[in-house]
Design a protein around this ligand. Structure first.
Ligand code: SF4
Ligand code: SF4
Ligand code: SF4
Length: 342
């Protein structure tokens, strides 16, 4: 099979998996059993199926009660605020990405944490990957904002890589903000050999949680592999203690969960293998280590950018374009100067 065909098939499978009810915006038809946004972390009677809290509208104001007269006009009107706010957030994300602006990136983080996280609890979850495997798709007319979110995630991942992780995910944004606030002297630098091996853990967790779901049809394993429930502010004491330990460990090892443990990050990393617009490299990158040292995600190994790990944070791209720091430009400038003087 040609590489192009293989990539197209892999892309189809992964995109289908993403286009399923993985999050709060995935709304079922009113007449069917309700799915939910983030699974209800406190519902210990959860039967492991898709029986989420019917009262929870996922924060995006979808009404479970069927209207007597339903038109596209009323449906759009009902969802206009959510659609508009998500469109604004997506626009902010793309502007901050294309402008490679650090202040705008942190504004995006703030919006991701406050709006996508605490206000809406909209994060991609392994539960949504489970949904893909059962073909449990939300009904489009009740879930337009969710489809925008899912489509945005898929399209940006295929075009640029894990932009979702680098900008949109509320938990990732939170740990990246933590990274800026925590004093650098507290950090432990994970040796490269260990980092490369530990990065495989998340793929193992993804495989394990999907296998567990396939065998048992029980979705509750999500509680043990992801902390996104924290944005619902509902969790058992044990879950909060576990989260505290994770965040404390993140003080010492930056982006610990995202780099080594997150199954969703692993899933998006696989999708990122298809990335169309990759980060460019100069010839000098095969010997220069500046970008490799700058990358906080362990995504640069020599001249290679490892797309499964890269979250398009821009750090190396700013160096790449910096004519006063990047050796490529300095060599060019020196050659130009010596050409003039000779
Ligand atoms: S790796 Fe997981 S937690 Fe981190 S930003 Fe990506 S999806 Fe979010
Ligand atoms: S600083 Fe320039 S030459 Fe060095 S790795 Fe980065 S882009 Fe390549
Ligand atoms: S520094 Fe570059 S390679 Fe590393 S995560 Fe950021 S964009 Fe990707």
């Amino acid at each position: 099979m040609s590489e192009r065909l293989w990539r197209a098939r892999l892309g189809g499978v992964l995109c289908l998996a993403l286009l399923c009810p993985f999050s709060a915006w995935a709304q079922p038809a009113p007449e069917t059993e309700a799915t939910a946004t983030q699974p209800d972390a406190l519902d210990e009677t959860d039967d492991g199926g898709w029986n989420f809290d019917d009262e929870d509208d996922g924060g995006w104001g979808f009404d479970d009660e069927e209207e007597s007269v339903e038109t596209w006009g009323t449906l759009l009107r009902d969802q206009a605020a959510d659609i508009g706010l998500f469109a604004g957030f997506a626009a902010l994300t793309m502007v901050s990405f294309f402008r490679k602006s650090i202040p705008l990136k942190f504004v995006t983080f703030g919006a991701a944490i406050l709006y996508m996280g605490f206000a809406k609890s909209q994060l991609i979850s392994v539960v949504n990957i489970y949904g893909a495997m059962t073909g449990n798709m939300p009904v489009f007319r009740y879930s337009i904002a969710w489809y925008l979110f899912a489509g945005f995630t898929i399209v940006t991942t295929v075009l640029w890589g894990r932009l979702y992780c680098g900008r949109v995910c509320a938990f990732g944004a939170l740990t990246q903000v933590m990274d800026q606030v925590v004093p650098a002297r507290l950090r432990v630098d994970v040796p490269g050999w260990l980092e490369r091996r530990a990065a495989w853990i998340k793929f193992g967790l993804l495989g394990a949680t999907l296998s567990y779901f396939l065998v048992t049809s029980d979705i509750t394993a999500y509680r043990f592999v992801e902390p996104f429930w924290m944005f619902t502010r509902q969790g058992t004491t044990a879950m909060w203690v576990g989260l505290g330990v994770l965040l404390l460990a993140t003080v010492f090892v930056r982006n610990l969960y995202c780099r080594f443990l997150c199954p969703v990050g692993a899933f998006l990393g696989l999708l990122s293998k298809l990335t169309v617009f990759r980060i460019k490299r100069w010839n000098e990158c095969s010997t220069c280590k500046l970008c490799e040292k700058k990358c906080e995600w362990g995504a640069i190994r020599g001249p290679e950018i490892v797309m499964t790990e890269c979250v398009r944070c821009d750090d190396c791209e700013r160096l790449y374009a910096d004519t006063s720091k990047c050796p490529h430009w300095l060599i060019l400038a020196r050659a130009k100067l010596s050409g003039k003087t000779s």
